[in-house]
Design a protein around this ligand. Structure first.
Ligand code: FEO
Length: 170
């Protein structure tokens, strides 16, 4: 049985992961509208990944005999300034999510919930990958100044990304 504080934090994280999903879906829609299918694909893959993160926590709560409670998802932005701004915003958002995961882990440690600590380790590792992933794209964007032929090439490269459900192999 999950302690009340741990359950509350996990339920809030389900909401945070769902918000992340729809933030990225909104960014994907913006890229589609601007004629950048590769960047739109990147964000659509991110959207799918975030849904699996939410579902992984949802299933864990139930497995531990807790009640998963879904909450309203905040309105995400629908307008953006540029590719660079979206990449920067994505990095900052992932850093925020990392802080949220670390905070739940702290609660699990305080509550001596070893199972939840073990469960959260997957998310700790995943966040390292997520931050590195977007940082690499942001670095390339800075190199090409977010425009021109370089942007076209990067868009083509990002079109190749495919969704892999990493939660299934964990
Ligand atoms: Fe589920 Fe991108 O953090």
């Amino acid at each position: 049985m999950l302690k009340e504080r741990v359950l509350k934090a996990l339920n809030e994280q389900i909401n945070a992961e769902q918000y992340s999903a729809f933030l990225y879906l909104s960014m994907s829609a913006w890229f589609e509208d601007k004629g950048m299918p590769g960047f739109a694909n990147w964000m659509y893959v991110q959207y799918q990944e975030e849904l699996t993160h939410a579902n992984k926590i949802f299933k864990y709560v139930i497995e531990r005999s807790g009640k998963a409670e879904l909450k309203a998802i905040d309105q995400m932005p629908v307008e953006f300034d540029s590719v660079m701004q979206i990449a920067q915003m994505t990095l900052e958002h992932e850093q925020h999510v990392t802080a949220l995961i670390n905070a739940i882990l702290d609660i699990a440690v305080e509550e001596r919930d070893h199972a939840t600590q073990s469960f959260l380790q997957w998310f700790v590792d995943e966040q390292v990958e997520e931050e590195a992933n977007v940082t690499a794209i942001l670095d390339t964007l800075k190199l090409i100044d977010g425009k021109g032929n370089g942007l076209f090439m990067l868009d083509r490269e990002l079109k190749q990304r495919i969704f892999v459900d990493a939660t299934q192999s964990a």
